[in-house]
Design a protein around this ligand. Structure first.
Ligand code: PMT
Length: 415
């Protein structure tokens, strides 16, 4: 029964259809990962296991093979295994990589982008989201070096589960215990990444603009806007996960480049225009950037000084080129051109106006200037308009909205 009085129950197999690559690090907690494989499979996931050399000192590959029902990968240099499923294929196969236990050394190597063994190479080669489940001595865990590595990984969107507080292998107590397998399964099940992302975008060239532009007034001041880049980056990350070749032309933002995305940093509207046009042709252009409509007519080479006796300062601004309209005009260079409209009122009227005036295939209108959506927020709501249709996307995380928008963009590509 479903309805207002029914009790919501967790699905029996919350990871049904998920393809998880479990990378086992070299710590005593590796024995718990055997149980983790069993629990992941009970939850419906398909599991492939890769082990570091250290992990094999604690548990044998054979045990993981028996529990996963799959051959276990232990080295980059295994010709037979590479023939069956190469490590790059394995990295692409996974819809999430889970590292348990993640030792201090493994975290350090991941944070620094090493590819000096099978596990670190897989992590570098995958575009799937990565989860680490740390386990180590509590002093190692609390060491500033480990915490700095964690911060780096978190900044790249890596999910961190645990560690738990409690008795440790060396007879000491503190934070460092690997999370229980059930807790790891629950955290993975709560993850919003869909089970199997559609691959219609596989190999498709997607060009995305994101973030604000800064229009310099003098060497220390600029005219900017409140775009954080979160919406555009979420789209880039989601498109890359679907196998698209993503180029992200980004204004100044504080976000790490999503895995598998080629990023070009720009500052001003003029630089963004130049970078975007240089990346054509592409299959899809998505203009998620908040591009300045006006830029100072002159950039002062020296810091502007206050004029004695004057209480006002008049800035002369000139129109910038409309990048989106220019891209849309290059009909042969693209299959689909998608704009965004950031509006504070009369959203449909202005969005449809831009759809027609700029000759777009699709426009995503979002209301700005409100709490819980638009600029800076982690959440957003939108309505998409195209010539003979529209679709509402109620408020949700920008990461989630990006997935829903890509579903629609994929539909419109085939329309
Ligand atoms: O970055 P976040 O903090 O996550 O916020 C997301 C967002 C609100 C910035 C994003 O969802 C959004 O709405 N982006 C478009 C913002 C905007 O500039 O809207 P606009 O209505 O002014 O412009 C319409 C379209 O023309 C946009 O696709 C814009 O990229 C494009 N444009 C505008 C001016 C210009 N000179 N060149 C352009 O290409």
């Amino acid at each position: 029964m479903t309805g207002p009085h029914s009790h919501a129950q967790a699905p029996a197999r919350p990871l049904e259809g998920r393809k998880l690559l479990l990378c086992v690090g070299g710590g005593i907690a590796a024995y718990k990962s055997l149980e983790l494989v069993r629990r992941l499979r009970d939850a419906g996931a398909r599991v492939q296991v890769a082990m570091t050399e250290g992990a094999q000192q604690f548990v044998t590959p054979l045990s993981f093979q028996a529990l996963s029902g799959q051959p276990v990968r232990t080295t980059l240099w295994d010709g037979a295994a590479e023939q069956a499923m190469g490590h790059i294929e394995l990295a692409r196969w996974a819809d999430r990589v889970v590292i348990a236990p993640a030792t201090a050394d493994l975290l350090a190597r991941l944070a620094n982008g090493h590819a000096d063994d099978l596990v670190t190479t897989l992590c570098l080669a995958t575009t799937a989201p990565v989860t680490v489940c740390p386990a180590m001595n509590h002093r190692m865990w609390l060491h500033p070096a480990t915490q700095a590595n964690l911060a780096l990984l978190r900044g790249r969107g890596v999910q961190v589960i645990g560690p738990e507080d409690g008795p440790l292998a060396e007879g000491e107590s503190g934070p460092g215990r690997l999370s229980e397998p059930d807790a790891i399964v629950a955290a993975l099940a709560a993850d919003p990444v869909p089970a199997a992302a559609p691959d219609r975008l596989n190999g498709v060239r997607v060009l995305i603009s994101a973030g604000p532009t800064y229009e310099d007034l003098d060497p220390v001041r600029y005219v900017g806007n409140r775009s954080s880049g979160k919406m555009g980056y979420a789209l880039a990350a989601a498109a890359a996960r679907r196998g698209a070749q993503v180029v992200l032309v980004s204004g100044p933002v504080q976000i790490a480049t999503p895995p598998g995305v080629r990023r070009i940093d720009v500052r001003s509207a003029a630089q963004m225009r130049e970078a975007v046009l240089a990346e054509l042709p592409a299959d899809i252009y998505i203009g998620a950037a908040a591009v300045a409509d006006y830029t100072p007519q002159q950039v002062s080479p020296q810091k502007l000084k206050k004029t004695p006796g004057s209480h006002t300062l008049v800035l002369e601004l000139v129109r910038t080129a409309d990048i989106l309209a220019e891209v849309a005009a290059q009909e042969d260079a693209l299959k689909l051109v998608v704009g965004f409209a950031a509006e504070t009122h009369d959203v449909e009227k202005y969005a449809r106006g831009k759809l027609v005036d700029k000759h777009l295939d699709l426009i995503i209108a979002n209301q700005v200037g409100i709490a819980g959506g638009g600029f800076e927020s982690d959440q957003n709501a939108a309505t998409a308009y195209w010539a003979d249709g529209q679709r509402d996307f109620p408020g949700t995380a920008k990461t989630q909205l990006a997935e829903q928008l890509l579903d629609l963009i994929t539909e419109r590509l085939d329309a």
